[in-house]
Design a protein around this ligand. Structure first.
Ligand code: A8S
Length: 176
């Protein structure tokens, strides 16, 4: 795990008013299922519980920008996000937030998806790293806490959705 983080999530130089960290999640579903959800830049609402709508072209590629609407209850309504990295071979997905009505300036994240045997079955290790400015009026600790809470919610739902799909899919990969 530490090795994968060093290899795929090299920390950029972080500034004084920035914070950065990485979070991991183990999912009891095959890597193909998890990766197909993670890579769907046009439909983050498939697994992100705070996203209500997303306007992105279906034929997205690196450089494509999406506008995401956030559910009420959070200090945010919209987010403008650019696809920075999409590598289907190594399963690397990178997004940068370029604007929107929220407090996370210069937010950037990288997600990698790795096969791993869990309880003797094909499972998946997800690693997500982020870097963001600490907003004026907040401490670094508050910023970590807020972002980690959101990412952990995303990971929990990603696991639930993936595991549900895995249950309804037989070994040949066809839905039954
Ligand atoms: C992601 C990760 C994050 C998303 C955050 C941290 C966000 O969509 C939400 C609330 C905010 O205040 C900021 O990969 C923002 O989704 C749920 C609108 C960016």
């Amino acid at each position: 795990e530490a090795e994968l983080i060093t290899k795929f999530h090299k920390q950029q130089q972080i500034g004084v008013h920035q914070c950065s960290s990485s979070l991991t999640k183990r999912i009891k579903a095959p890597t193909d299922i998890v990766w197909s959800l993670v890579r769907s830049f046009d439909k983050p609402q498939k697994y992100k519980p705070f996203v209500s709508e997303c306007s992105s072209r279906v034929d997205f590629k690196v450089g494509t920008v999406r506008e995401v609407n956030v559910r009420s209850g959070l200090p945010a309504t919209t987010s403008t996000e650019r696809l920075e990295l999409l590598d289907d071979e190594q399963r690397i997905f990178g997004v940068r937030i370029t604007g929107g009505d929220h407090r996370l300036r210069n937010y950037s994240s990288t997600i990698t998806v790795h096969p791993e045997t869990i309880e003797g079955r094909p499972g998946t290790l997800v690693i997500e790293s982020f870097i963001v400015d600490v907003p004026d009026g907040n401490t670094t600790e508050e910023t970590y806490y807020f972002v980690q809470y959101l990412i952990n919610c995303n990971h929990k739902c990603l696991a639930e959705v993936s595991e549900k799909i895995a249950l309804h899919t037989n070994n040949s990969g066809f839905a039954i």
